[in-house]
Design a protein around this ligand. Structure first.
Ligand code: MLT
Ligand code: ZN
Length: 465
């Protein structure tokens, strides 16, 4: 890959973009050259802001000719370095391709440009009397293009699935410079390989999304949030079984008491329940009929009797629902200053109890000197294991130590046939760990696919494989 100077790249890009849509300013290179991952030093050669698909194609052509790397950039909320430009690449920010292009009531779809902020898509769907259900803490800043490229998950996967389930059509510019229109919003289309799904979760390594048609669904019924104090992490799944019987659950999350403490330390909040407990479960159930609340109370009483929980509350208003969600949603922000080493692991839900018991042993054996903050979407089998950097450690020695110790956790993930990245993607951070989840032969085939769509390796080079 060529590593051009900012001067020479600026000169070449001015033929394709207005000067307002190119930046080589230090501040922009720093800002647009990284996502939320804090282990990589951003070092792009320029940032461009295309306004349409043709400009993306022209840029790909230039990149092929001049051997330039291109890094796609959305809301930069990723956590695996998938949007980090560390080797003089050109960052392609979709910030200016942010139009909601079409709402189709009959198809119940919204067609959007990739730079639409997830929350704006959700809001537009709601204003039309429908619902876009994929949701997470960073919805207010992440872009739909990035959500698709990473197959984003979040807090409602238990009920609605991942982003993949909601993609009805895509337009992409591949590393060959082709503009492909994939599936075109069809509900039924059994005509061979569904290339649309190759691009979902491809992290921009095959091509860049320039338009997406997203499915919508009916608005949900009112819901109530329940927060439970749970002494043993491995009992979380037993609690899920009890509440799932007779209730429709929208979410089933958990977090540790030190996660709660971190949130308290960055907010004005007080503890929502008096009893302190090593873990908490936060669940949301739909009030599908008049007796749903009674069924939730009965589930609560049953778990209490079985010793699975020691205390808890059921929110009594929409405002209290929102307040309880804050204890879960603000965890990420509350630990950012400690440069957390984020593990985003998953096993099949049926394996969660035994996996949790095994992982607790591994972490107490190999990580006793590090503080670990647990949270995640435990109902999906997805745990976020965040190792916090001790305040007197520098970032690089901390990462090296975690990289070494992490093999013990990942061995376990492999034994349980789990995933080293449930929803954050592979990017740069998890690349070395891919073989714990995918076989050598599979990785070879992924490389072959990359070669088909991106023969010059210009699309998000160095990421994923
Ligand atoms: C979450 O579940 O809150 C997100 O995946 C973010 C994170 O892991 O920090
Ligand atoms: Zn998550």
């Amino acid at each position: 890959m060529t590593k051009p100077s900012s001067y020479s790249i600026n000169r070449r890009l001015t033929g394709l973009f207005d000067t307002d849509d190119i930046s080589v300013e230090d501040q922009d290179l720093l800002e647009y050259g990284q996502d939320w991952t804090r282990f990589y030093k951003p070092d792009p050669s320029a940032v461009v802001f295309p306004r349409n698909a043709q400009q993306v194609r022209d840029l790909v052509e230039l990149a092929r000719k001049d051997h330039l790397g291109l890094v796609p950039s959305g809301g930069r909320t990723g956590m695996s370095g998938g949007a980090c430009a560390i080797d003089k690449e050109i960052v392609v920010s979709f910030q200016k391709m942010n139009a909601i292009m079409e709402f189709d009531r009959d198809d119940a779809t919204l067609t959007v440009e990739p730079g639409v902020v997830t929350a704006n898509l959700q809001q537009r769907a709601w204003d039309e009397g429908l619902f876009y259900p994929v949701d997470f803490g960073s919805s207010g800043s992440s872009y739909i293009g990035g959500n698709i490229a990473t197959n984003a998950g979040g807090i409602k996967v238990l009920r609605y699935g991942m982003t993949r389930n909601w993609v009805a059509g895509l337009k992409v510019v591949t590393g060959n410079g082709d503009l492909l229109e994939l599936n075109g919003g069809l509900v039924k289309n059994n005509t061979g390989y569904d290339l649309r799904h190759l691009f979902v979760g491809s992290e921009g390594t095959l091509g860049f999304i320039v338009e997406a048609t997203m499915k919508l669904t009916g608005q949900p019924l009112p819901a109530s949030v329940v927060l439970l104090a749970v002494p043993n992490m491995s009992d979380c799944l037993k609690i899920l079984q009890v509440f799932r019987k007779g209730l429709t659950l929208n979410a089933f999350e958990f977090f540790s008491d030190n996660a709660m403490e971190k949130v308290l330390s960055v907010s004005e909040f007080s503890r929502p329940i008096d009893t302190e407990s090593p873990y908490y479960v936060l669940l949301e159930f739909e009030r599908s009929d008049k007796t749903a609340l009674e069924r939730a109370e009965a589930s609560f009483a049953k778990c209490l009797k079985q010793g699975l929980l020691v205390d808890g509350i059921i929110a009594s208003s929409e405002q209290q629902n929102k307040q309880l969600w804050q204890y879960r949603e603000r965890i990420t922000e509350s630990i950012t200053s400690r440069t957390p080493y984020k593990n985003d692991i998953a096993v099949r839900p049926s394996q969660v109890p035994s996996f949790l018991r095994a992982i607790e042993q591994v972490t107490s054996r190999y990580f006793p000197e590090f503080e670990i903050v647990w949270f995640g979407h435990i109902g999906d089998g997805n745990l976020h294991l965040n190792i916090l950097r001790p305040e007197d450690w520098d970032v690089s020695s901390f990462k090296t130590a975690c990289d070494e110790l992490n093999h013990h956790i990942l061995d376990l993930v492999s034994t349980f046939k789990g995933s080293v990245s449930a929803e954050h993607g592979i990017g740069l951070l998890k690349k070395a760990y891919l073989p714990y989840t995918r076989s050598e032969r599979e990785i070879d085939l992924l490389r072959n696919l990359k070669q088909v769509f991106d023969p010059d390796s210009i699309m998000n080079p160095g990421k994923l494989i």
